[in-house]
Design a protein around this ligand. Structure first.
Ligand code: ADP
Ligand code: MG
Length: 594
């Protein structure tokens, strides 16, 4: 991992976490500690008793799970940490999450202990030796009384969701369990609220606790229209582009929770012909300024960013902000949407909410005390409608303003000569320029309300043939369509060329102006002057990206660069495999052709 990022001061590595856990975190897709983690982990690691107050969904499990793992001595077969959770579901969830964090800690054993499960099985398991027990208070008491669970070597005790455990009537059990613990253990208590009963428990059982509270901030800007859209994870980019088209968003900040996601979204948007670039902590200063100046100049219209990266940039007057995913912390939400609607202008803040992000949005609503309206996803017809209207507008203004438009007047005559009617010609040109095509996202397949048999999994399960680097993190689950269908399905996406003509920039290409349907045209920074032959290109791409050579389409070699068409579904893989790689020993830059 690079340390030369602007996030240096807030990475997991900076929290003094050991290599094995860092590796697991990377695989889980955790890039940056959430606020409760950033503050809680160091406090717990230094050995103090800790009270942590933060809302649900803010990453409290890892906040205590990581320091707990750091303190376990695997060679010692005794229970060294006990985590109490209010319910069976939470106990399982927490033990699983700690299990993932412990992936590279060889021999470490965690057991979830809860009612409703065979006590004999639990006893057998405990006898074999367990280092961390995650359990519900009732069942833990049960084992304590049977002497099948011994606490004499427990060094850390965690009360997770303490307020909820008290609400459920576990107070006495909790107190009995706490009373059994060794005096010198460390106690950590997490709770979303700090009620009186919680305070009394902390007074009795915690010693000089450090209080960590993730503070709240009022939402002051009322000029922002906040709307959420309930969207299937794999349809998020599609819905996002529909919203951009529908509301004609020309300067837009898209937020997501991880750096990896930033790269993925940018790639996706570029493939669909949107001028977008990403900004996150892995970029060098030079690259950042480059991205920023293009965005400010309007060359790039969409900036995709992580929360941390966005903190350092100065942009205002944005048409809108899109929350590609819902932030882990409600503070972030406030910061994000505050980027739009400044200086008396109204702004749009759209949030794309997957089913399992719904609760986080609720938390945000409670926190900001603003109801976020539920929006209707624009339909295919809506998009065709707005694009048509804009097309007519563009044509009208081109006729009125361009003095050299008559240079092209004979085109109509030429086409008439070929036997086409004016209607046919205009229709074809409109289609070409508007670039509206159907794709696999039918209107009914975007929102997550409809559940029909045989639909693709809601959550981003790992898929065969998918890229294993993705989908590992729960946080990112389902955020990505790793299963985009091949070119045979019809697509609906503004094409790259249409976007360009909207932007008014002229760019000419010889050969066929656009790649064939289902193909994506790539730009390579090598050409004739580099003595590159088509077979070199086919060989390199097929070999590096592991795709059959015969699926590679047209190759146009120019003096200094080359265009090559590859199947749309492979474009990403090719970009990844080739960028910065070499062909015939020469370093090559590769990009989606502009
Ligand atoms: P809480 O206990 O505060 O309700 P959890 O610990 O259950 O929250 O975390 C909520 C979700 O966020 C989980 O799916 C978890 O894997 C994920 N998560 C936690 N911390 C991070 C992080 N730093 N980066 C990305 N995802 C995270
Ligand atoms: Mg929790």
């Amino acid at each position: 991992m690079s340390t030369e990022t602007i996030e240096t001061f807030e990475t997991f590595a900076d929290l003094g976490i050991s290599e094995t856990i860092l590796q697991a975190l990377t695989e889980m897709g955790f890039v940056k500690p959430s606020p409760i983690q950033a503050q809680g982990i160091p406090a717990v690691m230094q050995g103090s008793d800790v009270i942590g107050q933060a809302q649900t969904g803010t990453g409290k499990t890892a906040a205590f799970g990581i320091p707990v793992l750091e303190r376990i001595d695997v060679a010692n077969n005794a229970v060294q940490a006990l985590v109490l959770c209010p319910t069976r579901e939470l106990a399982v969830q927490v033990s699983e999450e700690i299990g993932r964090l412990a992936k590279y800690q060889k021999g470490l054993r965690i057991e979830a202990i809860y009612g409703g499960d065979s006590i004999d099985r639990q006893i057998r398991s405990l006898k074999r030796g367990v280092h961390i027990v995650v359990g519900t208070p009732g069942r833990v008491m049960d084992h304590m009384e049977r002497r099948t669970l011994k606490f004499d070597q427990v060094r850390m005790m965690v009360l997770d969701e303490a307020d909820e455990m008290l609400d459920m009537g576990f107070r006495e059990d909790i107190e009995s369990i706490l009373a059994e613990m060794p005096e010198d253990r460390q106690t950590i208590l997490f709770s979303a609220t700090m009620s009186k009963p919680i305070m009394s428990i902390t007074k009795r059982f915690l010693t000089d606790p450090v209080l960590i509270k993730v503070v709240r901030n009022e939402l002051t800007n009322v000029n922002i229209e906040q709307v959420c859209f309930e969207v299937k994870p794999q349809a998020k980019v599609e819905v996002m582009t529909r919203l951009i088209d529908m509301y004609h968003l020309k300067s837009l900040l898209v937020f997501c929770n991880t750096k990896r996601k930033v790269d993925e979204i940018v790639e996706d948007l570029q493939l669909r012909g949107y001028a977008s670039e990403g900004i996150h902590g892995d970029l060098r200063q030079q690259q950042r300024s480059n991205v920023m100046s293009k965005f400010k100049a309007g060359v790039t219209t969409i900036l995709v960013a992580t929360d941390v990266a966005a903190r350092g940039i100065d942009v205002s007057g944005l048409d809108g902000v899109i929350n590609y995913d819902i932030p882990l912390d409600e503070e972030y939400y406030v910061h994000r949407i505050g980027r739009t609607g400044r200086a008396g202008m109204s702004g749009k803040a759209f949030s794309l909410v997957a089913r399992d992000e719904k609760f986080r949005l609720k938390t945000i609503e409670n926190y900001t005390k603003v109801k976020i309206e539920k929006g209707v996803i624009p339909s295919f017809e809506d998009i065709v409608g707005v694009r048509k209207a804009r097309f007519v507008e563009t044509i009208a203004s081109t006729i009125q303003e361009s003095s050299d438009a008559d240079l092209y007047l004979d085109v109509l005559e030429m086409l008439h000569h070929s036997g086409f009617s004016t209607e046919q010609i205009v229709g074809a040109m409109a289609k070409q320029i508007m670039g509206v095509q159907k794709n696999e996202y039918s209107d009914s397949n975007l929102a997550w309300e409809e559940r029909r048999g045989g639909e693709r999994p809601e959550r981003g399960e790992r898929r065969s043939g998918g890229d294993d680097r993705r989908g590992g993190s729960r946080f990112e689950r389902g955020g990505r369509d790793t299963d985009r269908r091949g070119p045979s399905t019809d697509r609906f996406a503004p094409r790259a060329d249409s976007r360009r003509s909207e932007g008014g920039r002229e760019e000419r290409r010889t050969g066929s102006a656009t790649p064939e349907a289902g193909m994506t045209r790539l730009f390579l920074s090598l050409g004739r002057k580099d003595h590159i032959l088509p077979k070199d290109i086919v060989g390199a791409i097929a070999g590096e990206a592991n795709i059959p050579g015969k699926t590679i389409g047209a190759i146009d070699i120019y003096d200094k660069f080359t265009f090559v068409d590859v199947p749309e579904r492979d474009a990403r893989a090719v970009l990844r495999a080739m960028d910065g790689n070499t062909i015939k020993g020469k370093p090559v830059q590769i990009d989606i052709a502009k």
